[in-house]
Ligand binder design. Structure first.
Ligand SMILES: NC(=O)c1ccc[n+]([C@@H]2O[C@H](COP(=O)([O-])OP(=O)(O)OC[C@H]3O[C@@H](n4cnc5c(N)ncnc54)[C@H](OP(=O)(O)O)[C@@H]3O)[C@@H](O)[C@H]2O)c1
Length: 283
């Protein structure tokens, strides 16, 4: 199993099985509102100018164009920013080529660093993935990956003779460990990317977070994000608020003790959103 890389700064990176490096920390933009000079665009500019290097969007979030504008306006070199997007319905080769072309035009940033199948719920995951591999050969996508894939889905791709995805993005926070999927990914060279690291803000008043916030002098959000960082996950807390974008990045100069991590490892598990990782493989 490859050694787990723990981020020590906003710019810490992990090398993917595609050979490209990916930042371990970034900004999620689900529900950041679209619009010229709007919420999503401003959040991307603020995050990148503060030092974030990874932005996670998706066709489903309706803000790919905003992310593209933000990336261009932030004033960084394109190669210093890592942009992730996702195709919502994995409905086959031609459908993926069409949807990708639309996303590519909207974003207008030359290439997409990592393109993910948003979930295994579509009708033709293998055809979709083959289209992504061809887009990768054309240089339009640098790395191909998946999201919300359980072991049965990853095994499905393998059985179809397809190359191992670079990344699997799944829900990960102290109330959602997904240990078996994480173990499988790590044994198979798939980088583990966690979404909803703040459990969408649903857990901030949990007594354990209040206790750890007081112990470390950090906010509940910072404790949750630090948990993801210490686990070695690529993590993408979402905020559209400038002060929170800064707060969420203050997680590299302190750590949670092993004893407290062990307590967080024993919390009851509950998803804060959907969980397609348990769905059947549709091929
Ligand atoms: N692949 C998938 O199926 C999938 C599913 C869900 C999410 N994602 C990705 O993962 C990203 C993160 O997940 P998420 O957006 O679901 O949830 P999250 O990051 O766990 O939580 C975001 C929520 O927490 C609030 N928040 C952020 N920082 C805070 C702070 N310091 N103090 C208090 N509240 C704070 C945000 O509000 P404000 O914006 O108002 O600050 C927002 O309501 C998404 O944006 C998306 O990119 C992927």
């Amino acid at each position: 199993m490859a050694a787990v890389t723990v981020a020590t700064s906003l710019d810490s990176r992990v090398t993917l099985n595609s050979g490209f490096e990916m930042p371990l920390f970034g900004l999620g933009v689900y529900k950041a509102a679209s619009g010229d000079n709007g919420e999503a665009e401003k959040a991307v500019i603020h995050a990148l100018q503060y030092g974030y290097r990874l932005i996670d969007t998706a066709e489903f979030y309706s803000n790919e164009a905003d992310v593209g504008r933000g990336v261009k306006k932030a004033g960084l070199k394109r190669e210093d920013v890592f942009v992730v997007s996702k195709i919502w319905d994995a409905n086959g080769y031609d459908y993926c080529r069409k949807l990708f072309n639309e996303a590519f035009k909207k974003m207008d940033i030359g290439y997409i660093d990592l393109y993910l199948i948003h979930s295994p719920m579509g009708s033709d995951n293998c055809g979709t993935y083959r289209a992504m591999l061809d887009l990768q050969k054309q240089g339009l996508i640098r790395s191909c990956g998946v999201s919300n894939y359980g072991i049965q889905h990853l095994e499905g791709l393998k059985t179809a003779g397809l190359p191992t995805p670079s990344v699997n993005q799944i829900e990960l926070h102290p109330w959602q460990h997904k240990s078996e999927v994480v173990k499988y990914c790590r044994e198979n060279g798939i980088a583990v990317m966690g979404y909803s690291p703040l459990a969408k803000g649903q857990r901030f008043s949990e007594p354990i977070l209040t206790k750890l916030s007081e112990r470390y002098g950090k906010t509940a959000a910072q404790v949750m994000i630090r948990w993801s960082v210490q686990k070695g996950y690529i993590t993408i807390p979402k905020s559209a608020k400038p002060a929170r974008i800064v707060e969420n990045a203050q997680v590299f100069d302190w750590s949670i003790s092993d004893a407290d991590m062990a307590v967080l490892d024993k919390l009851p598990q509950k998803s804060c959103t959907w969980d397609p990782t348990t769905s059947p493989w549709r091929g």
